[in-house]
Design a protein around this ligand. Structure first.
Ligand SMILES: *Cc1c(COP(=O)(O)O)cnc(C)c1O
Length: 501
């Protein structure tokens, strides 16, 4: 496929920009001013449409393919919430719409959405208050751990460590480190749970808190949370619940009821909103009463006359963690989804997420090693160790699946499982879609016995087969195609391309 610059033909155009009638400001130094016109590709509207439509078809997407990428919950987002969020009355709101002379905020409807969303999340999770500002799950974690730090600072506690079990999501230890803590890792038992004896031996007065991913990254629900919480609270530590995957327990268990002090939710895994890929996303953070003073400002409040306003009077607040109210459009989608499904509907999505993952696990464990043989939650972790013994590793299976039109599961994660295949069908997939995937996995196992060499050539249907991943990461060259495709050789010489690079 060519670059849009290579499609360029002098004189073609799809859109005419009027000549600028704004004088060039003398305040822009001459060295920053353009000396030649911007060298945009010259293409017709139809060429632009075809080019970008073709590009989009090279993507894997939930709209086109099964996407069982464990830990990521790549589920279908109903179009209803999309159309609601694009209503001009919401989409055209500006966060600094002026206040009325009496201080009243003009954005009453938007504030009401944020306020009511906070109430709904409190009810669902047993927390006492929420901030909607964080822009993703990991950002929510950082917000939560910063509040833990503020809590200890206010009490004069000298704390150094955050405990993180080895079954935690990778963002947990990263968050603790960025917030200035050292981490203590706790190994898992052969059952995939946190080892309480290890925990007991490592707890001390310098422990600021514990971060628990639950269900953990092997898809299992920790069974002794009350004991763990007691041990942490005994040293005035706080319990952080990584609720990114709350779609596994929603309506069944509330983190606030079992000893957690602070938690985040990924709206893109639990409810419905597009995955950020770095943004926009949302990771609302809930706290129990003891952490309310440290919540980010501003807080949306309901006044005695029923109007909504903003409260900045939180002297111990950790401050803003995002501009204004966070990603409002994303929160709106999640809010609409919650109201659309209602209590029963949400519980049913949890049931489906867990049922689907267990169905997958039971069908596949005949052929694939199952490291933790017990009921799983929203995802299951299998191992390709039997296939690897025949020369077909988790990576080879992933590449083969691409050729079969299936997005690979998460591989080599969690790190605690060799040749890990982490499969998350999500609640929106049908039995038929799962059966098709299972059939392909049965075929993989058969081929690993009959023709293991074949896998090294996969994928064969993609523009690139197997990139040198180490080089791609260490020595990234985004112009690789440009320099290596024949069609580009002449184009590369033209200054069209020069202006691109
Ligand atoms: C996805 C995930 C995160 C990170 O969420 P982002 O929105 O990608 O930052 C954190 N913890 C767990 C358990 C997750 O599954």
């Amino acid at each position: 496929m060519k670059l849009i610059f290579e499609e360029s033909q002098p004189g073609r155009q799809g859109f005419q920009v009027p000549k600028s009638d704004v004088p060039i400001s003398a305040s822009v130094p001459a060295k920053y001013r353009r000396k030649v016109d911007a060298q945009w590709p010259e293409v017709s509207e139809l060429e632009v449409v075809r080019h970008f439509t073709k590009l989009s078809q090279r993507n894997f997407s939930i709209d086109t393919q099964f996407y069982p990428l464990g830990s990521c919950t790549m589920k279908y987002n109903p179009r209803f919430t999309e159309s609601l969020a694009s209503l001009p009355t919401f989409a055209n709101l500006h966060p600094i719409l002026p206040q009325l002379p009496d201080g009243e905020q003009l954005v009453q409807g938007a504030l009401q959405v944020i306020y009511e969303m906070e109430q709904l999340l409190c009810e669902m999770t047993g927390m006492d208050a929420y901030t909607m500002q964080p822009l993703a799950g990991a950002h929510g974690e950082l917000t939560g751990v910063m509040m833990i730090a503020a809590y200890h600072q206010a009490k004069g506690n000298k704390k150094k460590y955050i405990i993180v079990p080895d079954s935690a999501h990778g963002t947990n230890p990263a968050t603790a480190a960025i917030a200035g803590y050292e981490t203590i890792s706790i190994p898992s038992t052969p059952q995939g749970l946190m080892d309480l004896n290890q925990l007991k031996s490592k707890i001390n007065g310098d422990v600021a808190g514990l971060m628990m991913t639950c269900p953990n990254t092997v898809g299992i629900f920790e069974t002794e949370i009350d004991k763990i919480a007691q041990m942490i609270h005994d040293v005035d530590g706080l319990m952080y619940y990584d609720g990114a995957n709350l779609n596994a327990v929603l309506g069944r268990c509330r983190p606030g009821d079992v000893g957690f002090d602070v938690m985040h939710i990924n709206t893109h895994k639990t409810f419905t909103t597009p995955h950020g890929g770095g943004g926009p996303g949302a990771g609302p953070v809930g706290v129990r009463k003891n952490l309310i003073p440290y919540l980010p400002i501003s807080r949306v409040v309901k006044k005695s006359d029923g109007a909504f306003g903003l409260d900045y009077n939180y002297p111990h607040s950790i401050g803003y963690v995002a501009s204004f109210y966070g990603n409002f459009g994303i929160l709106l989608r999640a809010y609409a989804y919650i109201l659309m499904l209602g209590k029963e509907g949400l519980v049913q999505t949890t049931n489906h997420a867990v049922l689907n993952a267990n169905y997958m696990m039971h069908r596949l464990k005949e052929l694939y090693e199952l490291p933790y043989d017990r009921v799983c939650m929203h995802e299951c972790v299998l191992s390709a160790s039997r296939q690897a013994a025949r020369g077909v590793h988790a990576l080879d299976i992933a590449k083969y699946l691409i050729d079969q039109g299936i997005h690979p599961p998460t591989i080599y994660f969690p790190l605690t499982v060799k040749e890990a295949l982490m499969i998350e069908p999500t609640e929106t997939e049908s039995k038929k879609a799962m059966d098709q995937f299972i059939d392909v996995m049965i075929q993989v196992d058969r081929l690993s016995q009959e023709n293991p060499e074949m896998f090294s050539k996969c994928p064969q249907t993609m523009p690139i087969s197997r990139p040198d991943e180490v080089r791609a990461a260490r020595d990234l060259d985004t112009n690789y195609f440009l320099q290596n495709s024949k069609a580009s050789a002449s184009a590369k010489k033209s200054h069209l391309i020069q202006s691109l690079v």
